[in-house]
Design a protein around this ligand. Structure first.
Ligand code: NI
Length: 259
């Protein structure tokens, strides 16, 4: 079944029909969802979703745009939440020089702290990086070696993707790969092994063609699988099957109720 490795069902875009939508996931072929938090509120809402739905697991972390919320007290609280049974990753964390909401210094400081948190908690990381290619790579080389994780919504060069794969990381591929102008991402998909790709939506954002511009949801990953299959000359079913195994391995969900 489809493994959705990155969604934000706590987002207000789902306030009207969240439960209706989530109740239909399994019949639409989506077996597992990782709900990824970005803010302190997002962490609390993510934990609530993991309690409500057996197939939803959570990632706990503060997005670079929101690190202004962090202080030692909040950070210790985050640390405690990492010990919960259904928390399977630290994320999303990283650098965002596109929105540039917090100073680069602040972003780097809390990125490094959250990487150390993942190491201490023995959890994989979900990395967000936008227009910060070199600084992210530098910090990952210094503070991220030996960790497992995914570079989510990958938007850099195929060369950089190959470098992350060499370091043991996965590459998150979503709706953008179906866009006509996404030349770099299509090349990236062709150049890295399927065993290193995770399917993700980043819902409610980045819906694939033919829903581009609309609210995204995990059902639409079938379009992403189809495009990856076309680029690699394999069936969408194979893409779904292998990426599910990849995600189960990375999030260490191999021995849960999947049979
Ligand atoms: Ni996200």
């Amino acid at each position: 079944m489809i493994f959705e490795s990155h969604a934000h069902y706590d987002d207000k875009a789902f306030d009207k029909d969240r439960d209706l939508l989530l109740e239909r996931m399994q019949e639409q072929g989506v077996g597992t969802i990782i709900n990824v938090s970005a803010s302190m509120r997002g962490v609390r809402d993510t934990l609530a979703l993991t309690e409500r739905y057996p197939f939803i697991y959570g990632a706990v972390g503060i997005h670079p745009d929101e690190v202004g919320e962090l202080n030692e007290e909040n950070f210790s609280w985050l640390q405690e939440q990492c010990g919960r049974k259904k928390v399977v990753a630290v994320g999303e964390i990283g650098l965002d020089y596109y929105w540039d909401k917090e100073s680069h210094e602040q972003q780097k400081y809390w990125f490094i702290r959250q990487l150390s948190l993942a190491r201490e908690q023995k959890l994989p990381v979900i990395i967000h990086s936008r227009e910060a290619a070199q600084d992210t790579m530098d910090l990952m080389k210094e503070h991220g070696t030996g960790l497992e994780g995914v570079i989510h919504c990958f938007s850099y060069s195929p060369e950089m993707a190959r470098e992350y794969v060499k370091m043991g990381y996965y590459i998150g591929v979503g709706g953008v790969v179906t866009f006509k102008n996404a030349k770099k991402l299509k090349e990236t998909v062709q150049q890295i092994p399927l065993e290193r790709i995770l399917l993700e939506t980043d819902s409610p954002y980045l819906a694939p063609v033919p829903y581009r511009g609309k609210r995204n949801c995990s059902f639409y990953l079938s379009y992403v699988a189809k495009e990856i299959g076309a680029l690699k000359g394999i069936s969408p079913e194979e893409v779904i099957c292998v990426t599910e195994r990849n995600a189960q391995k990375m999030y260490r969900l191999e021995e849960t109720e999947h049979e």
